[in-house]
Design a binder for this molecule. Structure first.
Ligand code: CMP
Length: 143
């Protein structure tokens, strides 16, 4: 099934100049970039984006980090893109992630884990709309 998903290149990766490395891994896996921008979100926006984690022990740290530097949200498209992207990213915590995944190879810890990816079709739709309007998404690159 052709799907879209949202990834975010997170502050720890931006600070370590890993933008190209991360995008290359997704492109080499056959995913297509439909939209991309660099933005810095407020703490309040970070809390809204991660609302499903409100109340968890790591929420404060997570939202402070996400709003600490510019980030790069990207819309990716491809066959089963949501699961495919999650496989390329690896488990949330780099110590649990398989060798060769982004988080195993690049992440610093369970919070500073370099990249975010949507976990379901509903969250992909919500997260894409959080960052992009329809004019910013290039459908003709879908595939
Ligand atoms: P992400 O895929 O962006 O989605 C939620 C984020 O919360 C996750 O990546 C991590 O950055 C963070 N996170 C999830 N679980 C934990 C945890 N147990 N401890 C610290 N941070 C976590």
């Amino acid at each position: 099934m052709l799907e879209r998903t949202l990834i975010i290149i997170k502050p720890d990766a931006i600070k370590r100049e890993l933008i190209g490395e991360i995008l290359l891994r997704f492109e080499n896996a056959g995913l297509h970039v439909l939209a991309m921008k660099m933005v810095q979100v407020s703490k309040r926006d970070a809390e809204k984006f991660y609302a499903e984690h409100a109340g968890k022990s790591f929420f404060e740290k997570l939202t402070t980090l996400l709003s600490s530097t510019p980030i790069i949200p990207v819309v990716l498209s491809g066959e089963n893109a949501i699961a495919h992207v999650r496989k390329i990213m690896g488990a949330t915590n780099p110590v649990d992630a398989e060798e060769g995944t982004i988080r195993h190879d690049l992440a610093l810890d369970g919070t500073q884990n370099s990249v975010h990816g949507s976990d379901s079709p509903d969250s992909a739709a919500r997260e894409i709309a959080f960052f992009f309007n329809t004019l910013e998404i290039f459908e003709n690159r879908e595939g």
